[in-house]
Write a protein that binds this ligand. Structure first.
Ligand code: UDP
Ligand code: MG
Length: 337
C-alpha cells in the first residue's frame, strides 16, 4: 500500500510508480535485449524500495514495418513489466514519445523516457530516481562522452546546440530525450498543445526544479539509426524555427544593410555621372541583381517556413493515432477519470 508522506504542502510518494517510456520504430533487433535490461533495472529498483512494484515499461510502437509490435505483444504476455502502445502509423520520434508520456501520466508518479537502442546508460536511471526522491521534478540525462557517436554526428550536434543557444533558446547542451519527469511536469506539458514538437526545448520552459545527471553515450546495441542526415537536419531546422524568430530578424537586418549599401552605391553612381565619369560594366549590375534576388528568395523561403508552422498549428491535427494497446489491468482501472 502506497502512502503519500506529507512534507509541507507537497505530497511526496514514498515509493513512486515509475513508467519507462520507450519509442520504438523498427526495433525488432534490439527490443529483446532492451526489454531484458529494462526488466532488470525495474527488478533492482523495486528490490531496493526505490520505486513501487506497480512500475512498468511502456513500449510505443511508432508504426513499425517489422515485427516490433508482435514482439511487444509477446513480451507483454510473458513479462508483467511490459506494456505497449501501437500507433496506427509512423508519427516520428517526438510524437511517439509524447503519446507514451501522455498515456503513462495517468498512472505514474514519474516517467523516464529513453530510446530503444540502449545508447543511453541505464545505470543513470538509478540516479534519476534518487534525484526524484530528493524533490526534483525534471532530471536531464546529459552525455558527457560521445566518442561512440561518429565525428560527423558529434560535430553537427555541437553546431546545433551552439546555434540554438545563440538564438536565445534554453536547451541543455548534450541532452537529448533521456530524462525523468514528474507527473505534474507532464500535466503542465500537456497544456502546451504544440503541433511542432521539440520536447527538449519545451521541458525547460516549465521551470520546475530540475537537475542533470551525466553519463557516457554508447554505440547502438543493434540495428541502424532511424535518424538519417535528412531527418536530423529537418529536426534541427524544426527546433530552431519552432523556438526562435531570430532567423527572421536576421533577414530583416540583412534587408536593411543591403538597402543602405544600395543607397550608397546609388549616390556613388549619381555623383560619378555628374562628375562626367560614366558607370561602366553591366557585370556588377547583373551580379547585384542576382544577389538581391537570391537574398529575397531566401527571405521568402524563411518566412514561408514560419507560415507553414502557423498553418500546422492552426489546423490542430492530432499528432498521433493510437491503434491499440496492451496495458496491465490495474493500470487501465487507474486511468479511468
Ligand atoms: N524512433 C521512433 N520513430 C521514428 C524514428 C525513431 O520512434 O520515426 C525511435 C527509435 O526507435 C529510437 C529513438 O526513436 O528508439 C531514437 O532513434 P535512433 O536511435 O535511430 O536515433 P539516433 O540515436 O541515431 O539519433
Ligand atoms: Mg540512437
Amino acid at each position: 500500500m502506497l502512502l503519500p508522506i506529507e512534507d509541507g504542502d507537497e505530497a511526496i510518494v514514498a515509493t513512486p510508480v515509475l513508467t519507462i517510456v520507450v519509442p520504438c520504430y523498427n526495433e525488432e533487433e534490439v527490443l529483446p535485449e532492451t526489454v531484458f535490461q529494462l526488466s532488470g533495472v525495474l527488478d533492482a529498483f523495486i528490490q531496493d524500495n526505490l520505486i513501487s512494484s506497480a512500475s512498468t515499461m511502456l513500449l510505443v510502437d511508432d508504426g513499425s514495418k517489422d515485427a516490433t509490435w508482435e514482439l511487444i505483444e509477446r513480451f507483454h504476455a510473458s513479462n508483467s513489466y511490459v506494456t505497449g502502445l501501437k500507433l496506427a502509423k509512423n508519427a516520428g520520434h517526438q510524437s511517439a514519445l509524447l503519446a507514451g508520456l501522455m498515456r503513462a501520466k495517468s498512472y505514474s508518479d514519474c516517467v523516464v523516457s529513453i530510446d530503444a537502442d540502449l545508447q543511453d546508460d541505464l545505470a543513470a536511471i538509478r540516479e534519476f530516481i534518487v534525484k526524484f526522491h530528493e524533490g526534483y521534478d525534471v532530471v536531464y540525462g546529459v552525455r558527457q562522452d560521445r566518442t561512440a557517436d561518429t565525428f560527423f554526428k558529434r560535430a553537427t550536434a555541437q553546431g546545433f546546440y551552439k546555434l540554438m543557444t545563440s538564438m536565445g533558446v534554453n536547451i541543455h547542451y548534450n541532452h537529448a530525450d533521456f530524462r525523468l519527469m514528474s507527473r505534474r511536469t507532464l500535466d503542465e506539458l500537456e497544456k502546451f498543445q504544440e503541433v511542432n514538437l521539440f520536447l527538449r526545448g519545451m521541458v525547460p520552459l516549465l521551470g520546475f526544479p530540475s537537475t542533470k545527471v551525466f553519463y557516457d553515450r554508447k554505440e547502438r546495441f543493434a540495428g541502424e539509426s532511424k535518424y538519417p542526415l535528412k531527418k536530423m537536419l529537418a529536426f534541427a531546422f524544426d527546433g530552431i524555427t519552432s523556438f526562435s524568430v531570430t532567423p527572421i530578424r536576421f533577414v530583416t537586418s540583412m534587408g536593411f544593410v543591403l538597402f543602405a549599401l544600395s543607397v550608397v552605391a546609388g549616390l556613388y553612381a549619381i555623383i560619378g555621372k555628374i562628375m562626367g565619369a560614366t558607370v561602366t560594366g553591366w557585370t556588377s549590375l547583373i551580379l547585384s541583381v542576382w544577389f538581391i534576388g537570391g537574398v529575397q528568395l531566401l527571405a521568402l523561403g524563411l518566412i514561408g517556413e514560419y507560415i507553414g508552422k502557423i498553418y500546422k498549428e492552426v489546423k490542430r491535427r492530432p499528432l498521433y493515432v493510437i491503434e491499440k494497446e496492451v496495458i496491465a489491468d490495474q493500470r487501465e482501472l487507474a486511468s479511468v477519470p
